[in-house]
Design a protein around this ligand. Structure first.
Ligand SMILES: [Zn+2]
Length: 41
């Protein structure tokens, strides 16, 4: 069970902030292409 979840996330492409190029780790919602740091600016 748990391994299936891990594999699912492994197969997801890394989401990268379009502003600073950092990887976006929190993916609670997909409405933004910016990381939390850039979103808060
Ligand atoms: Zn950013």
């Amino acid at each position: 069970m748990l391994e299936n979840v891990v594999e699912f996330f492994k197969n997801l492409p890394d989401k990268i902030c379009v502003q600073c190029g950092d990887k976006i780790e929190e993916q609670s919602e997909c409405y933004s292409n910016n990381c939390d740091k850039c979103n808060s600016l």
